[in-house]
Write a protein that binds this ligand. Structure first.
Ligand SMILES: *Cc1c(COP(=O)(O)O)cnc(C)c1O
Length: 405
């Protein structure tokens, strides 16, 4: 564990988590990334920045989000007690506002005019559009056309908030293609624009910066859970797309040997290429979008198509720190498939009155199985990364019949 403690200080000053991470970008962009890193390292020690962000977290987002004991779900399963860290209650409905506020404030202090980003489920786009208008910046959001259709309410929200939604019609018209398009736009003008990445991915310093802005989730949860139970949770669970809500929860627990940690990737329909997005389970190290990490790739190193019922999870890469945590065997990376996630979506809605995001439902689905395995007397803390309001039309249309609707 002492080595692991050292690993938690990562990344090193080149942005590496072990052999993962780094920065693989054209030289002109590297200059800009160096500026962002320098500004971030200065600003994160700056009292006025720390106070401003803390104040927004409290008065705007509504932090701290509560920890809730899901009594009826726990009793129904009849195993370990399940607790939820309620990131779904944040303003804008998910954990993403945590890093968007941080990135928006940083961009503003650096004198940038416009925030740009990609979005999958639309949650990052909504959170960023919100943060942009709050601090007074313009905002362009790149989104795959498939996701635009699926996540209609979030598209409308972004427009109401004053952002420009730019449809991406290349490739599979989903998250990876949106990242490609946003990257290109950023390369076109990295001086007045600030690329606010939506997860712990991309070139250094983004995986570090986004993790730092998200780690408030675990810091709060550790304290809240102890107040409720007198102990640490036996298990913590989070879904993993790029991996930001997971790093947010995990970081506070990485050096606690008594806490088992699970990251849940989307198993999709099957483990055939193109029918899942289980990057850590089935991928291999490679380079995409400017960083080195596990990647679902073909023999030529080209990213494979990915799929999940959760738009926010279908990304062929994963944050570099997760790749290291997998190799160190500190975190167990597991999967939940579409069907298990939709079952969990209805289960939690109908036991405890909380409609989870389909992304978060993957974590709930795995935790339900784990609760049985672990048995009574044990505890599981889930990061409930977001609320399911955005998903209800899609779920009813596609799955309603199976659930009597
Ligand atoms: C975007 C999103 C995710 C996936 O992103 P991570 O970076 O892996 O956390 C998970 N849950 C919700 C609700 C999201 O909006």
């Amino acid at each position: 564990m002492t080595d692991l403690l050292k690993d938690m200080q990562l990344p090193d000053n080149k942005g590496y988590f072990g052999k993962y991470g780094g920065s693989f970008v054209p030289p002109e962009l590297q200059t800009i990334l160096n500026e962002i890193e320098d500004s971030y390292l200065k600003i994160k020690e700056d009292e006025s920045f720390i106070e401003e962000l803390a104040s927004l977290n409290k008065h705007f987002t509504g932090r701290p989000s509560p920890v809730f004991y899901a009594k009826r779900l726990s009793e129904k399963i009849g195993g370990a007690d399940i607790f939820l860290k309620r990131e779904d209650l944040n303003h804008t409905g998910a954990h993403k506002i945590n890093h968007c506020l941080g990135e928006a404030l940083l961009a503003k202090k650096m004198g940038k005019k416009k925030l740009i980003a990609e979005t999958g489920a639309g949650q990052h786009g909504v959170a960023l559009a919100t943060a942009a208008t709050l601090v007074g910046l313009e905002c362009d959001i790149y989104m795959g056309e498939v996701d635009i259709k699926k996540e209609h309410p979030n598209v409308i929200r972004m427009k109401i908030l004053g952002a420009t939604v730019i449809p991406v019609d290349r490739g599979t018209k989903t998250l990876k293609d949106a990242v490609d398009a946003a990257f290109e736009a950023y390369l076109g003008d990295p001086i007045t624009q600030f690329y606010a990445i939506g997860s712990v991915v991309g070139p250094h310093p983004f995986p570090m910066m986004v993790r730092d802005f998200q780690k408030i989730v675990g810091i709060e949860a550790e304290k809240q859970f102890k107040e409720m139970t007198g102990k640490d949770p036996d298990n913590i669970v989070a879904c993993v797309g790029g991996g930001s809500n997971a790093m947010g929860l995990f970081t506070a627990f990485l050096n606690k040997e008594n806490v088992k940690i699970y990251g849940v990737e989307p198993g999709g329909i099957s483990f055939k290429d193109g029918e899942h997005a289980a990057t850590l389970k089935l991928g291999s190290p490679g380079t995409l979008h400017g960083f080195h990490s596990y990647l679902l790739q073909d023999d030529d190193g080209e990213p494979l198509p990915v799929y999940s019922v959760a738009s926010g999870l279908d990304y062929p890469g994963v944050g570099p720190q997760h790749s290291l945590l997998k190799d160190l065997e500190r975190v167990n990376y597991v999967t939940a498939d579409d069907k298990e996630a939709i079952d969990a979506f209805f289960e939690l809605s109908r036991t405890d009155g909380i409609i989870p995001a389909i992304e978060s439902a993957h974590a709930v689905a795995f935790a339900m199985k784990l609760a049985l395995e672990e048995g009574k007397g044990k505890t599981i803390l889930i990061n409930l990364s977001g609320r399911g309001d955005k998903d209800i039309d899609f779920v009813i249309e596609k799955y309603g019949k199976n659930y009597g609707l």
